[in-house]
Design a protein. Structure first.
Length: 73
């Protein structure tokens, strides 16, 4: 893990196309802005984890359905 210190109005570049901007620091909360191409998906971790869990559940359902279909033949 890379750990960096930034102040308000400073930013971090990830590659050539993704910029993380520090917009405000209010108490223990930091507001950031992310500038990235539309092709780069940006999610909060809890949203990303929920999407991943839904995808895994859908894959399991699909595999179960395929197994049941093969057994019927």
């Amino acid at each position: 893990m890379l750990v960096l210190s930034r102040k308000k109005n400073e930013s971090i570049m990830i590659g050539d196309q993704v910029e993380i901007q520090i917009l405000a620091v209010e108490g223990d909360q930091v507001k950031i802005g992310i500038v990235a191409p539309k092709s780069v998906k940006v999610h909060r971790t809890e949203v990303f984890d929920a999407i991943k869990a839904q995808n895994e559940a859908a894959l399991n359902i699909s595999l179960d359905a395929l197994t049941q279909f093969k057994q019927k033949k």
